[in-house]
Ligand binder design. Sequence first.
Ligand SMILES: [Zn+2]
Length: 266
Amino acid sequence: MKLSIFSIMSIFFMLNPAWGFTLNNTVAAYFPGNDIPVNVAAHTCTNLGVSNQDLLEMVDEAVNNYWNKAPNSRLRLRKGSLTSVAAAFQTEPGCTSNNGSCTPNPNLIVTGGILISCNIDTGTPANFSAGVMAVTIPNNIQGRNINGSLILLNDKLDNSFKSKSHDEQVAILAHEIGHGIGLGHSPVEDSLMYYASIPTRRSLGWDDLDGLAYLYPTGQPFTGCGSLSTNHDEQNSSGGPGAFLATLALGMVLALVFTKRRAFWH
Ligand SMILES: [Zn+2]
């Protein structure tokens, strides 16, 4: 049996199916600015087990330990401030209907940035059951621009956020912030945007990076007319260091393939 390099690659991709990040809205909306504050509502959290100031400090960890570490994104999230908001942010549900898709509550529109608010959800039907730690909605979208996103933390008596470790709480906030910037869930457990909280989570996964790069690609600085140096072409054609390394790499790959063929098919 002869196996070509193409066959080997095909088997590799069959064993490693392509995963995909998802978005949480149908228009692929994103924050148009690069510098997005994450504020915390100033009212007291009743049952969450942490203070508002604690939450604000956790926001700092959530953005800097996760999203701001991505090298492939123009987005820079930052800890905002304690912000006074209407009482509705503490009591009303984020969605007035939530049967598969959310109809944002018009009383809770966030004017700018991301707002985190403790919420006891007195709505009918309630958005929160004990296992739901938060509801996040980019609830101020114009065209493809997100102007504001709302994160409501389940502050009911039976919330499960309060029993998590500090690091897991930070990861939960980072996950919700991910929804706030436009990302949906990933099917990959390795990703922060996986639908369930993983207690040992400490970093972004590939899907998170892919989704971030899709919504917030880095831009190349524009330095004038695009040009291509002839030196680069000459270096490759005349066998400079680049050509040498490429030849060396190709040789190693071919040697590896040849060795494997001998080992497995002879
Ligand atoms: Zn989620």
